[in-house]
Design a protein around this ligand. Structure first.
Ligand SMILES: [Zn+2]
Length: 396
């Protein structure tokens, strides 16, 4: 089976992530793809294979004992931001023309400049009504294709394949059965441009702001009412506006307001705070706490409550302690004569959490673009290139 055939098979499974659940993955339908992958891996005669109640698979293959065991990871779920039901993928040879999808949606270089990299390539697009699911079924197809080829060779390294669920709602790493993991490090195959190698991700915190107001009839409110929502809006506008997500890029940090609701009596806002640097994210957190404290002083009581929680960390802190990983990437890409560049991900990956749980994981691209929506497409030639990279990494 080619990587494209596998890809088309995997996207036929609806695996949209939902609300997080305690006992199993967020949507039972996801388990049907986990089951399919379990069968496919089993047919390759693994040394051990296990699936846990969240549908997370850990599968090991024996290899040359003198080489280090390395893990390859991808996730079966797709983003809840767009429908993943009845995906109708279409293969198009891209020659620079506009690609018209349903509902008048147009995939063009004007809107998506990176499409020019696909010139002369075959790309798989959506009907325009769903996402494609290349995030991360491209990763699964690449791993399965490379694995099948490499297992027929002598001398490959001992391998571990981990397919996770619920990555899109941030719940995948914590559902990995870490007691089963034997690899020294791993590679997540999950993302865009096939030339990108990521050893850096955001450090992430969430910030909830709750405001207790004092509601008085508006007619007699003067000097008595403390309007919770107005106070919250004041708090929000006191944070530096040039540090909003929509004004930042590259290595710049931000505060991002996710939701805001309220009445005179109560108000609530949810934020995320992102940075690449631990000291910097601490400063942003301190500034928000300081702002709330000053406002509470002025209003005369503890009206604003700020709660900041850690979500994940920049994996570079851990990956810097494993120079062998970067040396391996250099060796493999060099051997294949391929260019690559390090990209700092303005987001998190499974590796942002797993790296701190004992499995350091850089991320490699898959050739999947515009993920999480109807303009998603996957570049077949880039997927094929990544099969070669993953095969070489599996050989060790
Ligand atoms: Zn992904």
């Amino acid at each position: 089976m080619t990587v494209t055939e596998r890809f088309l098979k995997y996207v036929s499974y609806e695996t949209t992530a939902g609300e997080e659940k305690e006992k199993s993955c967020s949507d039972e339908k996801m388990l049907r793809l986990s089951d399919e992958l379990l069968q496919e891996l089993f047919a390759l005669h693994p040394e051990s294979i296990a699936i846990n109640r969240y549908g997370v698979i850990d599968c090991k293959f024996s290899g040359d004992e003198k080489k280090k065991r390395v893990a390859f990871l991808a996730h079966v779920d797709t983003s809840p931001q767009a429908s993943g039901k009845d995906i109708q993928p279409k293969i198009v040879r891209y020659e620079g023309e506009k690609i018209v999808l349903k509902d008048g949606k147009v995939l063009s270089e004007e809107a998506f400049p990176h499409l020019k990299n696909a010139l002369g390539h075959d790309i798989i697009v959506t009907s325009g009504e769903t996402l494609l699911g290349g995030d991360d079924k491209a990763g699964i197809a690449i791993i399965m294709t490379a694995l099948k080829d490499v297992l027929s060779e002598e001398g490959h390294r001992p391998l571990e394949i981990i397919f996770t669920t619920d990555e899109e709602i941030g719940a995948d790493a914590k559902h990995v059965s870490m007691e089963l993991v034997e690899s020294e490090y791993g590679y997540t195959i999950d993302g865009g441009d096939d030339r990108f190698v990521s050893i850096e991700s955001f450090t992430a915190r969430s910030m909830d702001v709750m405001v207790d107001g004092k509601s008085i009839h508006p007619g007699s409110a003067k000097d008595k009412m403390v309007h919770a929502t107005n106070l919250l809006v004041d708090f929000h506008t006191s944070l530096p506006r040039y540090l909003r997500a929509e004004h930042t890029e590259k290595k710049e940090p931000f505060y991002h307001l996710c939701s805001l609701s309220g009445t005179e009596e109560k108000a609530k806002a949810e934020y995320i705070i992102r940075s690449f640097d631990e000291d910097e994210i601490q400063k942003l957190s301190d500034l928000a706490l300081f702002t709330a404290a000053r406002m509470n002083e002025l209003v005369g009581y503890e009206a604003i409550h700020v709660s900041i929680k850690e979500q994940y960390h920049n994996m570079k802190t851990v990956l810097d302690k494993y120079p062998a990983i970067q040396e391996e990437i250099k060796r493999v890409y060099g051997k294949l004569g391929r260019k690559y560049e390090y990209e700092a991900i303005r987001g998190g990956t499974t590796g942002s959490q797993l790296s701190f749980m004992g499995l350091p994981c850089p991320n490699l691209g898959t050739g999947d673009y515009n993920c999480h929506g109807p303009y998603e497409y996957v570049d077949i030639q880039e997927m094929e290139e990544m099969v070669l990279v993953v095969k070489e990494l599996m050989r060790g």
